[in-house]
Design a protein around this ligand. Structure first.
Ligand code: CDP
Length: 786
């Protein structure tokens, strides 16, 4: 199927397929949002963190006297005090430990060393600068290659049995079959590339207001959290607080993008301080705190090799990855997969063998590796295979789009098992690619490119086709820190036919208050505007693993369908009672229950809701409410074909995007407008990564990229115009056929932009320019080629 299915509800109900305006936006754009820093509680104190200015040093002593003497300072907290409460270290989501406040050593610039609690945020920040730490400097290790060399200092020397800086070695696929395929290959193509460290940089930084009642022990924690339920359980386990006395409220957090999944030391210190002082304590990061010290993404050094036969068909893939994990291993990855889902690196292609190895290394950098606007490490994987495939096409003299069409998994091969064990649910890659090629005018463009070359102009046409794996669970395979990855929804229809839907996931701006209401509207015919969607409050929503890695729609969205269907079943019984007909004869369409054959005999969902509280048939419980916990049978696999056209200035290396055609297939689109917004965001981010954005470090471990002057966030001025297309191959196992889409464009587009620049220079023999593709790098490539 390649067209969006027909709408089942009229616009006034606004179910699946309608571009309903975002219900949350009036509140958000009129200044009525409820962000963390807006929160003021009576008697609230403020916390500021003193961070290490150096990357690696032993702590000889900490002098807090001057800070403590400042008027308005209530307490200064050090690691020693935290240690007295057994809280100097905390477990990470990946089974490592992380210092809450440093006691023995600092291991990266920006690490938390002490905290000041004061009556005013500025007093706290000023006093934090007065803390004096006596450091004995140690050599900084700023790259994973250096870190794994024999003479590197051991960064995690506090860990029993740790004698080097290796975090893990993990592999997937069949090494023997892969070796055999390489042995019989007609050609082997290789690429060594680096996906630099980058940062989610949400609009609102991370923060907490901890309010622990010293009498009742009730801890109400307002937290910038993408996963409030999981965080509540982990808080209970770490702090030993009874879970029923912890309520986590995640308000209108201004974006997450993976940054708000980990638990940060500031959260733990603020909660401990509130517990000890008996007053609410607020901590919110500065922009630099956020950029230097919280969950980074990427930082993958990758080498890939493709084995090809005589006809240009891929036989096998070998990939070796070296991951820079920073000083603590604190990724939020599913436990079974230490390098995330990197083994989806076989991409959209049909071949028999693959072997992937990944090593993680500790370095003197902030801990990183969050699922930054992608499903766990899939952006890196997609980037590697798409760059490799492009180069393979050049090496055998085939057009890169034709090479992909030759090697794609065919639509009749789905469900398709990849050589690393994923089962792709559905797809039609050939149709997607051809549609994108038609839209951009691919054949003519190649002719234009050739003619332009004659005039010394450098036009490049970059292609990327990606397959993403989103929607984790299923719970039998996927868990984070032992918590199984299912998700939930709870729905209650009130007597007047209005409804409240409570979600296990947590919106950070993706429009869940609209799209999830649309699912209910489609199933029950209750208008979207009559449905209130609640999320982010653990006392008032069912348990769920949260929103990241495009999992909300495939998991909690599915649970929303399932609970709506449960209510529809009960509603049908009530309608049969009201219509004095047999339940089996009742049809439901767009909120109207009618008797089959005599459609004029009907009642509405609103009539049924009223009857659920006033006129129930004998033997049926009152009320119209229920909940569903949905454990998906598989991931869903959205995909897309992207084509970018650039022109490179041969004199300066500056490149400009002339066209960006992006075709996405996320199955059934609940809200086409919201999906397009998600894609625009991802394409913009892909453009930023490929052209301007990275975080790097000098040899001493000083972070370069600690503010928005160094870490560039694209504006509307430089962002290209996007031309969006779609196909629709529904997910066969999802109740409404939707696949997640939230992150796809970030996954697919960086390779498309970079491939476009490389394509402009491919005839000169250029095969690689690392991201970000800065003009000087392009210019260097041109110079060394000529
Ligand atoms: O987990 P997250 O919400 O970030 O990702 P998602 O489930 O892919 O959804 C992103 C937004 O797009 C949500 O508002 C979804 O409901 C919406 N969406 C949609 O309207 N149709 C789809 N097929 C997929 C997502």
């Amino acid at each position: 199927m390649t067209a969006t299915p027909e709408l089942s509800t009229p616009p006034e109900i606004g179910g699946i397929g309608h571009s309903v305006l975002r219900q949350e936006d009036d509140r958000l754009i009129e200044g009525q949002g409820d962000f963390l820093d807006d929160l003021v509680l009576p008697g609230m104190l403020h916390m500021a963190i003193h961070r290490s200015p150096v990357a690696h040093a032993r702590i000889r002593g900490i002098d807090t006297e001057a800070a403590s003497a400042v008027e308005g300072v209530v307490a200064v907290v050090t690691g020693e005090l935290m240690a007295a409460h057994n809280l100097a270290w905390m477990p990470t989501l990946s089974g490592d430990t992380q210092a809450v406040l440093a006691t023995d050593k600092v291991r990266y610039q920006g690490q938390e060393v002490a905290a000041v609690i004061a009556t005013d945020p500025y007093i706290a920040a000023d006093a934090a600068t007065l803390i004096e730490v006596d450091y004995e400097m140690l050599p900084a290790v700023t790259g994973p290659q250096q870190s794994l060399s024999a003479d590197a200092p051991v960064i995690r020397d506090e860990k029993e049995g740790q004698t080097d800086n290796l975090v893990y070695t993990w592999s997937s696929g069949d090494a023997e079959a892969t070796d055999a395929a390489f042995a019989r290959a007609a050609k082997v193509v290789s690429l060594e590339t680096f996906y630099p460290r980058s940062h989610p940089a949400p609009l609102e930084t991370c923060g907490i207001v901890a309010d622990v009642n010293s009498v009742t022990g009730q801890a109400t924690v307002y937290l910038t959290s993408q996963a409030p339920h999981a965080h509540r359980t982990l808080f209970a386990l770490v702090a030993g607080l009874p879970e029923q006395k912890i309520r986590i409220i995640s308000p209108d957090i201004g974006g997450g993008f993976g940054n708000k999944v980990p638990i940060y030391p500031g959260y733990v210190v603020a909660t401990a301080a509130s517990l000890l002082l008996g007053t609410p304590v607020k901590w919110i990061e500065s922009r630099s705190d956020n950029l230097i010290s919280t969950g980074f993404g990427r930082d993958y050094h990758m080498r890939g090799e493709l084995a090809l036969d005589d006809d240009g068909r891929i036989l096998a893939l070998r990939a070796d990855v070296l991951s820079d994990q920073g000083a603590f291993y604190s990724d939020a990855q599913p436990s079974n997969f230490r390098a995330g889902l990197f083994h989806v690196v076989t991409g959209s292609y049909d071949f028999g063998a693959a072997h992937v190895t990944c090593k993680g290394a500790f370095t003197n950098k902030a801990p990183g590796g969050v699922a930054y606007r992608c499903s766990f490490r899939i952006t890196e994987a997609s980037y590697l295979i798409e760059r490799l495939v492009q180069n393979a096409a050049y090496e055998i003299g085939m057009d890169p789009a034709e090479f992909r069409l030759l090697n794609f998994i065919r639509s009749d091969q789905f469900p398709y098992t990849t050589p690393t064990g994923f089962v792709y649910d559905s797809g039609d890659y050939h149709t997607a690619m051809r549609k994108a090629m038609d839209e951009v005018g691919y054949t003519e463009l190649r002719a234009t490119q050739a003619a332009a070359r004659e005039e010394g102009r450098l036009i490049g046409i970059g292609v990327a086709h990606f397959t993403e794996a989103v929607g984790a669970g299923p719970s039998r395979t996927y868990d984070i820190a032992g918590l199984k990855m299912f998700d939930s929804a709870e729905l209650r229809v009130h007597p007047t036919g209005k409804a409240i839907l409570k979600l296990g996931v947590k919106t950070q701006g993706q429009g869940h208050e609209t799209t999830f209401a649309q699912i209910v509207a489609s199933e029950l015919g209750i208008p979207v505007t009559d449905i209130k969607v609640v999320h982010g409050d653990t006392d008032n929503t069912p348990y769920g693993l949260g929103t990241y890695a495009s999992r909300s729609t495939p998991t909690s969205g599915a649970a929303t369908s399932m609970v709506s269907r449960k209510l529809a079943d009960k509603a049908r019984k009530i309608a049969a009672h009201l219509l004095e007909a047999a339940e089996a004869d009742i049809d439901l369409a767009a909120g109207v229950f009618s008797v089959r054959g005599t459609p004029e005999r009907s009642v509405t969902i609103q009539d049924v809701a009223f009857a659920a509280y006033t006129n129930m048939p004998e033997g049926l419980e009152h009320g119209l409410e229920g909940s569903s916990y949905y454990d998906p049978p598989n991931l869903t696999f959205p995909y897309g074909s992207y084509i970018v056209v650039v022109e490179v200035d041969p004199e300066t290396g500056v490149w400009k995007v002339e066209r960006m055609v992006a075709l996405d297939d996320c199955g059934v689109r609940i809200n086409p407008m919201i999906v397009e917004g998600q894609i625009h965001g991802g394409l913009t981010e892909g453009f930023a990564k490929s052209s301007m954005q990275w975080i790097t470090f000098d040899d001493d471990g000083n972070c370069i990229g600690s503010n928005f002057m160094d870490y560039l966030v694209p504006t509307a001025w430089e962002t290209p115009r996007f031309e969006l297309l779609e196909t629709c191959v529904p997910s066969p196992h999802h109740p409404i056929g939707a696949k997640g889409v939230g992150e796809s464009a970030t996954v697919g587009s960086p390779a498309a932009y970079v491939n476009a620049v490389i394509d402009a220079l491919a005839h000169l023999g250029v095969r690689n320019i690392d991201m970000p593709v800065l003009p000087d790098r392009v210019w260097d490539a041109i110079q060394s080629a000529s």
